[in-house]
Unconditional design. Structure first.
Length: 400
């Protein structure tokens, strides 16, 4: 078989699973330890060590100004490779560091799903309960047919706000968290279903924004407050939050998103008010903020049972329905939808992963469930070659 074609096909499949000014290394730190000989789950592949193939590749991207941000690889919660490149704020000459805070875009959707599962574990939400059970204001044809399970698995038939002209026109005018929540839901409630719930799978930001509203309605507190208290706090994610646009503009620890223009220049998307950066605050659909170390803490807390009990941890992480790859099918790689994230099986290894992208944002995190590894990619550039980065991270762990 042609190896070049096989590699290209694999990258296309991996894309379907996830969905710097001149090189300025803000920090370049790495740590590894000797193999202890206890088995393949304990070995640190040479390609993932400091100075290995992955490290060299991301360094080359940064040198070409094709990557700005941080990467972190951890094993059993301990860092194996930690790198930071480029600038968090070029105007103020603030470099990216390993603990710099990045907007996650859609990579924060799993926090929304986790909040729903926590309330389900407490008997407050039924995953097969209908939307109308929890939220008023939806037409009967939606309220009585769309279930929480449909929303969690992107099978509700709801559309995507990013293609809604009213949302694109108004989103930048909202100036408080309450206004974002209220006005966003009004727009979603006027959107018709695109297909009968449960008959198809289509990624839906509207569906996850609706889940955020359900969390607020059931818990009696704002969605943002709930996630802070019940997800970030117990996981020890001390730098993670739903930061507001004013905070994004002023706090030096938060990376500014740099969007690539057609002319090849990068503009500060939050200062310019471009794309997702125009929103006052993130929602159930995305744009919580986090760091590489905090996302490793999230992975550890999830698997250690600090966020859900054993039964609901399995319910959250395990496959619910198969997903068709967008590219060529590669032997050993199969994709499935879990609640809030994709749950691919790669050469018989179970993964949980989610990516995100917006103006000046490219993110991905992966939990290698059977291997005790976690991989984090956080960039404040858009149009980053995430596919190849993920492939370079994943292949040494799961095999070609």
């Amino acid at each position: 078989m042609n190896r070049s074609r096989t590699t290209t096909s694999r990258r296309m499949v991996l894309r379907s699973l996830t969905a710097a000014a001149p090189l300025g290394v803000a920090a370049a730190t790495g740590r590894s330890w000797a193999d202890d000989g206890t088995g393949p789950n304990e070995r640190v592949p040479a390609d993932l060590r400091p100075g290995g193939a992955y490290d060299r590749f991301v360094t080359q991207l940064a040198a070409r100004d094709a990557f700005s941000g941080t990467v972190l690889l951890s094993h059993r919660g301990r860092p194996v490779l930690s790198r930071a490149f480029g600038m968090a704020d070029k105007e103020r000459s603030v470099p990216n560091r390993p603990d710099t805070v990045f907007a996650l875009a859609s990579a924060s959707k799993p926090f929304t799903a986790l909040a729903v599962l926590q309330l389900a574990e407490r008997g407050r939400i039924d995953c097969y309960g209908t939307l109308g059970t929890y939220l008023p204001g939806f037409p009967a044809g939606i309220a009585d047919t769309v279930t929480v399970h449909h929303l969690l698995t992107h099978t509700s038939g709801m559309g995507d706000l990013l293609g809604n002209s009213e949302f694109l026109e108004k989103a930048g005018t909202w100036t408080s968290a309450d206004e974002v929540t209220t006005e966003l839901l009004k727009i979603i409630q006027r959107q018709p279903l695109e297909f009968t719930p449960g008959t198809r799978h289509r990624y839906s930001n509207s569906g996850y924004d609706t889940l955020g509203a359900i969390v607020a309605a059931v818990s009696g507190q704002s969605f943002h407050a709930y996630v802070r208290r019940h997800v970030f706090a117990p996981a020890g994610m001390t730098r993670s939050d739903f930061y507001t646009r004013p905070q994004w503009l002023t706090e030096r620890r938060i990376a500014h998103p740099y969007a690539l223009t057609p002319s090849g220049q990068r503009i500060d998307a939050v200062r310019a008010g471009e794309g997702a950066a125009r929103m006052f605050i993130g929602t159930g659909g995305g744009n919580a903020f986090s760091t590489g170390p905090d996302l490793v803490r999230f992975a550890q807390a999830l698997q250690d049972g600090r966020l859900l009990g054993p039964a609901h941890t399995d319910l959250f992480m395990n496959a619910k329905l198969p997903l068709r790859p967008r590219g060529t099918t590669v032997p050993g790689v199969r994709s499935f939808m879990a609640y809030g994230a994709t749950a691919p099986i790669v050469n018989n290894h179970r993964l949980l992963t989610h990516g995100g992208g917006a103006a000046g944002e490219s993110t991905n995190w992966t939990i290698y469930r059977d291997l005790n590894w976690c991989g984090i990619i956080l960039s404040n550039y858009d149009q980053v070659d995430l596919t190849t980065l993920i492939d370079r991270e994943r292949t040494p762990l799961c095999g070609p």
